[in-house]
Design a protein around this ligand. Structure first.
Ligand code: XMP
Length: 431
């Protein structure tokens, strides 16, 4: 099945991703392309039915405004120009209105195309494409249990079943119940070939005594690659590697007129010398579309709607040099926080919430005797893009209940504090 598509040519707008998302919400697939795409290549894009020339504040590159090739106007495709003046066109075209949906709806209506972009159709089309790409070959996937890798796994399972092998590396820094959930959902419920690697001791041994946050991140990343490589080399005849790359990863890497947010190396940081052909079935999907695909494929809500979780996991929340004792305090207190946020109806509302445990103790009193134990820091923030964040005003009774439970149930903790700092000046994580 082919979808009609609207191509957005990026001429320095910061709105391209938002506009693409809006068009898709209107039922038509949309992709962002650099302004200097060759007209023939533009015309050859599958299903292309219309073009949006999307000008904006970053249009001037090296002293001159960028232009599209004038032959774009002769392709016979309807064009909507925004904030972009060129040949014969009046200067100072209006920028996007606050709510661009109406403008886009009128443009889409004028194209006279079927509005058939939805996740059911996407899944059907992807399954066909994956079968065509993979044939009878085998695919390997690093399955962390995060949203993206879980949805890739579910999609690949539907497309090629037991030609897929998933590897789940438990590095000991996952949240309570996560490794068990991955095994239960994929191996038991979905019947996937899943290799579970218990690498907890290995990671914690490598991290012992390391207190610098960046050093900790490097060790966790490098060790993950080593473990995964070892597992991959044990398997024979695998030519393809599944990846959970999503569209924002590609967009954020930037084009000439799009300010690069961050350079995304191949997701998961797997080394190129593994010599695999990549399978990236989500690379044109936005995050909410990925979640919708996961849901349509039967993944549990707790997997599909989970809050963002950093790659180094609890490793950057067990502050300073990681010890097993404090890692357990982080894991147990985090589980209580999540449970109580769920009970209070905050789980789906707050962007990210977690606990962190510092590497010092404070004095308390327990059973009429002095105790000297660790504090637990609670953090709950809201953000759009993680560049800035505000603190959630958690109702006092909820905070008190969480505090009571942590103090009663988590061994080795005698104090709970709530972090009130916005980003900036603080960051979301403590390390
Ligand atoms: P900060 O602490 O920089 O975090 O305000 C912004 C967002 O990024 C997440 N984060 C990470 N994610 N690897 C990741 O995959 C990391 O090393 C890492 N550090 C922070 C953090 O959880 C927040 O959502």
């Amino acid at each position: 099945m082919t979808h009609n598509m609207i191509a957005i040519l990026d001429l320095g707008s910061t709105q391209s991703a938002r506009i693409a998302r809006e068009i898709r919400a209107l039922g038509v697939y949309s992709e962002i392309h650099p302004h200097d795409i060759a007209p023939a290549a533009l015309k050859a894009l599958p299903g292309v039915a219309g073009i949006i020339l999307n000008g904006g504040e970053n249009r001037v590159v090296e002293g001159a405004p960028v232009e599209v090739d004038p032959a774009v106007y002769d392709l016979g495709l309807p064009i909507l120009s925004v904030d972009y003046a060129c040949e014969g066109h009046p200067a100072d075209l209006p920028a996007w209105p606050e709510n661009p949906r109406e403008t886009l709806d009128a443009f889409v209506e004028g194209l006279n195309v079927e509005r058939n972009w939805n996740m059911e159709n996407f899944i059907a089309a992807q399954v066909e494409q994956l079968r065509a790409q993979i044939g009878s070959r085998k695919v390997l996937l690093a399955l962390s249990g995060g949203v993206d890798s879980s949805v890739v796994a579910a999609l690949l399972l539907k497309a090629v079943g037991d030609q897929l092998t998933c590897v789940h590396v438990n590095h000991g820094l996952l949240r309570k119940g996560e490794p068990e959930q991955v095994v239960r959902v994929f191996r038991q419920e979905m019947g996937a070939n899943l290799i579970y690697v218990d690498a907890v001791d290995r990671f914690l041994d490598k991290l012992a005594g390391v207190s610098d946050p960046e050093q900790k991140r490097k060790i966790i990343g490098a060790e993950f690659i080593r473990v995964f490589e070892e597992e991959a080399r044990k398997l024979e005849g695998i030519e393809l590697l599944g990846q959970g790359t999503i569209y924002p990863d590609i967009i954020e890497s930037g084009t000439k007129t799009m300010k690069a947010v961050k350079a995304h190396h191949n997701v998961g940081g797997l080394p190129e010398d593994l010599q695999f052909e990549l399978v990236e079935p989500l690379k044109y999907l936005f995050k909410d579309e990925v979640r919708a695909v996961g849901k349509a494929l039967g993944l549990p809500d707790s997997m599909v709607y989970r809050q963002p979780f950093p790659g180094p996991g609890l490793g950057v929340r067990c502050l300073g040099a990681i010890t097993r004792e404090r890692l357990e305090i982080v894991r147990e207190s985090d589980a209580i926080l999540r449970e109580e946020f769920q009970n209070a109806g905050l789980a789906g509302k707050v962007w990210q919430y977690f606990t962190a445990v510092p590497d010092f103790k404070s004095v308390g009193v327990r059973n009429h005797a002095r105790c000297f134990e660790y504090p637990v820091i609670l953090r709950a923030v809201n953000t759009v893009d993680a560049m800035t964040a505000t603190v959630e005003q958690v109702p006092w009774p909820v905070l008190l209940k969480i505090t009571d439970r942590i103090l009663a149930e988590v061994k080795g903790c005698n104090r709970v504090v709530y972090d009130l700092s916005p980003k900036p000046v603080a960051t979301i994580e403590w390390e």
